[in-house]
Ligand binder design. Sequence first.
Ligand SMILES: Nc1nc2c(c(=O)[nH]1)N[C@H]1C(S)=C(S)[C@@H](COP(=O)(O)OP(=O)(O)OC[C@H]3O[C@@H](n4cnc5c(=O)[nH]c(N)nc54)[C@H](O)[C@@H]3O)O[C@H]1N2
Ligand SMILES: Nc1nc2c(c(=O)[nH]1)N[C@H]1C(S)=C(S)[C@@H](COP(=O)(O)OP(=O)(O)OC[C@H]3O[C@@H](n4cnc5c(=O)[nH]c(N)nc54)[C@H](O)[C@@H]3O)O[C@H]1N2
Ligand SMILES: [Mo]
Length: 762
Amino acid sequence: MTEIKPHAAHWGFFDAVTEGGRLVGVRPFGQDPVPATLIHSLPATVHSAARVDRPYIRKGWLEGRRRGALRGGDAFVPVSWDRVTRLLAEEIAATRATHGDAAIFGGSYGWSSAGRFHHAKSQLQRFLGLGGGYTSSINAYSYATAQALVPHVLGTNEVVLGRMTDWAAIARHAKLMLCFGGLAAKNGYVTSGGSAMTYGPNMRAAAAAGVRMVNISPYRGDTEDALAAEWVPIRPGTDAALMLAMLQHIVALGREDRDFLARHCVGWEKLRPTLESRTPEWAEAITGIPAATIRDLAERCLDNPTMLTAAWSLQRADYGEQPYWALVALAAALGSIGKPGQGVAFGYGSSGGIGNPRRELPGISLPPARNPVQHFIPVGRITELLERPGGTLSYNGRELPLPDIRMIFWAGGNPFHHHQDLNRLLRAWAHPETIVVSEPWWTAVARHADIVLPATTTLERNDIAHSSRDRFVRAMHQAIPAQGQARSDHDAFADIADGLGYRDRFTEQRDEAAWLRFLYDKWRTACGRFGFDAPDFDRFWAEGFVEMPPPEPGQEYTQFADFRAEPEAHPLDTPSGKVELFSETIAGFALPDCPGHPAWIAPRESLLEAAEDELHLLSYQPPTRLHSQLDPGPIAAADKIQGREPLLIHPEDAAARGLQDGQVVRVFNARGACLAGVRLDAKLRRGVVLLATGAWYDPLEPGVPGSLCVHGNPNVLTADVGSSSLTQGPSAQSCLVRIAPWEGPLPEVRAHIPPAIEEMPA
Ligand SMILES: Nc1nc2c(c(=O)[nH]1)N[C@H]1C(S)=C(S)[C@@H](COP(=O)(O)OP(=O)(O)OC[C@H]3O[C@@H](n4cnc5c(=O)[nH]c(N)nc54)[C@H](O)[C@@H]3O)O[C@H]1N2
Ligand SMILES: Nc1nc2c(c(=O)[nH]1)N[C@H]1C(S)=C(S)[C@@H](COP(=O)(O)OP(=O)(O)OC[C@H]3O[C@@H](n4cnc5c(=O)[nH]c(N)nc54)[C@H](O)[C@@H]3O)O[C@H]1N2
Ligand SMILES: [Mo]
């Protein structure tokens, strides 16, 4: 019998079509103006051979090879839920008693599911928090550098990840939009928590309304043809030099907005003298952009109402603070901050809901538990945490102590996808005694665990999807039964909590149905305070969604408008209450790699110092998946070249190496090597190659550091260095590689089939 159930994922809302307990198809959500495409990868992925069918324990761990043992090469032994639950309760209790609560790392970074109740990381952190606490992580891989920097400069992170000037305001008031890193359409299909919208129609409407888009990026493909954008190709990692030279030219013309700089900013008198030598000719040598183009860009910004934006990718790089701070300084010199549809904001081309016109409404989420442990790391410093127990890490003017981690829990994330320099992570990963991973699939992190808990996918549970950036709340009805012995993270943790004596505090004596009603009712009450009367739970559940009314026409939102109008009455949340073009706070930290004002600092790796045969690798977000999710699905598979992730390369760079379209190559540097398939793309700047993230890490010899990844995961190549000692963000985009034809026989890709499994007597 065919059944249709409302459901959702980070990559779009849909209706699940099931037959006989199997997901056989999906249909786009009727209210979605641009139907999501990635949803069609779900049926094959949900029923893929890569599902974890039952709990497993690494054989070596059972045999006592724990601390110091390299993981990833051992067979797994199937065990019962009863046994694994008992064993985990004992291990947790013993770790806490012997080494203290901080010895458990529960940062568990990752996107988990769109469903907000079963959100794996939230469930895990609630479970660990109520049990005594854990060492945590802060910030997101997406924009960690900005999260630490921007509050010093603008007193808020709304300009990166919150409610920023919306597209309706840009369309109505701006005439020019400089887009550093472009406005990649593929990124708009994805929103954390799910969404019924992408920014595609918004940016197209702005272009159609006469906003001239300029794509300043190493890749012309970062704006779609419909935008008819100009392309200014730039060397990766050099944007700050371009921005400072534009500032210099504005000052040379005497056209900086002195009123705005005096009344709304501090530090201009300190920044200004540093600009003197930052001429367009100076920047030409760094960026590869002709000085005349730099002058022209600056003058057009002076002559037109302009919105400045940069993709989040720019700050996932060495000294990624600098282009963000310099762009704020440029907007300040133009005096455009807070003018309708103008100013600066980040990420308009980075994630679905960014800049969507919407009303402010509360979010839906699982109530977090207090974490009694104070220790944390900036999210990207996981390898250092494991490498240097007892050491310290410089972060935002503090020295963070690094605890000795004995046990790791991961649920809803994949460090062997998201982290840089996987060979170094693999070595550091040997440090703890026990690593526990909850996963629906045999992803790379599951393969590198000691204890693997089979998690249900969202299709196997009831939940509610919601993103604060979207107008819709979506009901997620369970569509199929749990596959194999999979269980929800909530149920698995509740049973372990039972063994540790705190089940009721964890569950609050609610089952799934009671939790959903509770979370929804809480949200509905909060909506009332914002003047929105949401339907009751039963109606919401039956109808499958709630739509919050869009803002009235003419109600476009411009960020910082109040501050602009009355800076004394609406100060920013910075020490001065103003835009900090010089930050006494940051200067006071006296860091070698982040001065008190925006500056040009050459990246550790870039084309500026590359050998002749080196190329700059940008590991961008995949058009065919969400990170590593959906990699076993048909859309990702169809895009691969002889089963390897495509590497985009300029035809002349390929010709110089004797490479043909469709050929398999070895991509390598001192940190590692992977295979990839050549795809010629003349839209690239010469010297730059693109390899998306997310092909499942597939070492030729599992568990051996330095082993060739036969599938094409760029994180065997990227460097694991904090963007600076101020922010310690990931710096994946600063990476040089070499490329050579792959001559040998093609190794099989085994990432999507389960690892070796051995029965062992209990
Ligand atoms: N080189 C390079 N690396 C990067 C980036 C880059 O630009 N370049 N970008 C970075 C960025 S911005 C990000 S956000 C990260 C993304 O990194 P992650 O968020 O870690 O990537 P995902 O593949 O989404 O991992 C989510 C995991 O959760 C699992 N999961 C989903 N639902 C459930 C559930 O209900 N329960 C459990 N237990 N598990 C579940 C999925 O199967 C998947 O394995 O990658 C970062 N890495
Ligand atoms: N389809 C899909 N969409 C996604 C995701 C996904 O996995 N799949 N992931 C989501 C997540 S978690 C995030 S954080 C966002 C990330 O959003 P972004 O960080 O904006 O996305 P990227 O694709 O990494 O980078 C966009 C472009 O930046 C350009 N770029 C890179 N380095 C430089 C530089 O130094 N200078 C300039 N000027 N340009 C540069 C590259 O050409 C690249 O194509 O995307 C989200 N959207
Ligand atoms: Mo991200």
